[in-house]
Design a protein around this ligand. Structure first.
Ligand SMILES: *Cc1c(COP(=O)(O)O)cnc(C)c1O
Length: 463
């Protein structure tokens, strides 16, 4: 029944029963601070503003759909993670959640490190001036070209994901006359879901080397023998959109167990462990995420306790939040198009984007909320489904939404918490043009990723 790799974080079908929707909110005009970026509010005319700019102006200037990202909120969340973990730990932002050159600069300025998992992400990071030694390179199938580029650039670590990769990275590093810092990614048999986790002996997924059957220990043995590799630690990433820390507890216990075995067998204490990312955010008012300082405290306590029990020096911890930093900082602004009431069922509200700018609902049954933002309304709630403009009936943005019954074509609605895994997973399905990312800060807006044009489409299509 379970799919064990959830890179972008599904909500499992078993979390909510089929056809479930919560009651309409008491006030359809309210903006729940849990799901909206920090500077979002309504002005005296009832229009939603972000970074001091109202959404009507944003729509006029930049068009819809558009992702609107709150720079102050991004920086403050990045800083909160950095501060919570302090100088004895490293925070690597997971670039796959959303990466652009502006974001790289914000991260650099706020003292964070960066995870990349492809040549494209590496190129983006380097071109925006992220120091290579603050970049970690991930992926289960890095090409020889990507590996060579990463080593030449001087990335701080490559996270090795298979036996073949251990040899491959060692070989390329040797050819280049370098000694590359590496971690080995292991799977510890913990599958973390939103509100629960399952501890298993084996993990049936493509990432990492299983702890089970002594495979991870064998990988360590081989890496330690290769002069062109400097093995600095063990890496574990257990899932996505996690609220329950107990999965990390089991993972840390098993990683520390491996560190102890390594010490006993080889006489080396590896100096670092990476516990990955996967911390959950509020997509709807029903979600209650933890603050970075609570997460840092919990993880530090777990690792310290486990290491004391194993009589190991406590290693340096690193974490890799993606969604938890960028997710809440952005919303997607749409214009309402056609409105189709289906008697006794619900009202279908079509917007000018859809599964091409947010695939998570179709892919993972992800839940979102939606709010009328270009004005307030006194009308009662109508049960709606927000759908896109694609030729696909699964093209759903918000499955169960309550919007004011007087909603009309031309109104602007916004879906909050779309900062992670929306622009980065956006597609050109139906040759729909990918929306821009507009950053707002202190009364100013600027495009950080521009809207795709038909010219862009035709440039790739060489006839
Ligand atoms: C996806 C991923 C992350 C980030 O996950 P979030 O759910 O966005 O925090 C961190 N580390 C690794 C190895 C990942 O694959």
């Amino acid at each position: 029944m379970s799919r064990s790799a959830h890179p972008a974080g599904p909500r499992h079908a078993d979390v909510l029963p089929e056809g479930h929707y919560s009651a309409p909110p008491a006030d359809l005009n309210a903006l729940d601070a849990k799901v909206w970026a920090q500077t979002v509010s309504r002005d005296q005319d009832g229009v939603v503003t972000v970074g001091g700019i109202d959404v009507n102006r944003l729509a006029e200037e930049y068009g819809t759909p558009a992702y609107v990202i709150d720079e102050a909120d991004f920086r403050s969340r990045a800083r909160a993670w950095r501060t919570a973990f302090g100088t004895d730990a490293d925070v690597f932002y997971a670039g796959k959640a959303f990466l652009s050159r502006a974001v790289v600069r914000w991260l650099h300025e706020e003292g964070l490190n960066l995870d990349v998992c492809s040549g494209g992400e590496l190129a983006t990071a380097l071109s925006a001036g992220m120091p290579a030694d603050r970049i970690a390179f991930h992926g289960n199938n890095k090409s020889p070209e990507e590996i060579e580029r990463a080593i030449r650039a001087g990335v701080g670590r490559i996270v090795l994901d298979s036996f073949q990769e251990i040899v491959r990275v060692a070989h390329i590093a040797r050819e280049l006359g370098k000694r590359q810092r590496v971690q080995i990614r292991i799977t510890v048999g913990v599958e973390a879901h939103t509100h629960e986790f399952i501890a298993t002996a084996h993990e049936d997924q493509k990432f990492g080397i299983p702890l089970a059957g002594g495979q991870a220990a064998e990988a360590v043995r081989r890496a330690l023998q290769l002069d062109s590799l400097e093995l600095i630690g063990i890496h574990s990433h257990i899932g996505s959109q996690i609220f329950d820390m107990s999965g990390f507890e089991v993972a840390a216990h098993r990683v520390v167990g491996l560190l102890k075995d390594i010490r006993d067998e080889h006489g080396v204490e590896l100096p670092e462990i990476d516990l990955g990312g996967g911390l959950g955010i509020a997509y709807t008012s029903d979600d209650d995420p933890r603050e970075p300082h609570e997460i840092a405290k919990a993880l530090n306590e777990i690792v310290t306790r486990e290491c004391e029990a194993a009589r190991l020096r406590t290693p340096r911890i690193s974490v890799e939040p993606g969604r938890a930093i960028v997710g809440p900082t952005a919303f997607t602004l749409y214009e309402v198009g056609t409105i189709k009431p289906l008697d006794g069922l619900r009202t279908y509200v079509s917007v000018d984007g859809g599964m091409s700018d947010n695939i998570r609902t179709a892919l993972y049954d992800a839940e979102y909320s939606v709010t009328l933002v270009s004005r307030t309304s006194d009308a009662g709630p109508m049960l709606a489904r927000v759908v896109g403009k694609h030729c696909e009936s699964g093209d759903i943005v918000v499955r169960d939404a309550f919007l004011p019954a007087d909603l009309a074509p031309g109104d602007l609605i916004a879906v909050p918490a779309t900062g992670a895994y929306c622009r980065s997973m956006a597609s050109n399905y139906n040759h729909v043009l990918r929306p821009p990312v507009v950053a707002v800060h202190d009364g100013e807006a600027r495009v950080i990723v521009r809207r795709e044009t038909e010219e862009d489409l035709l440039r790739l299509d060489v006839g």
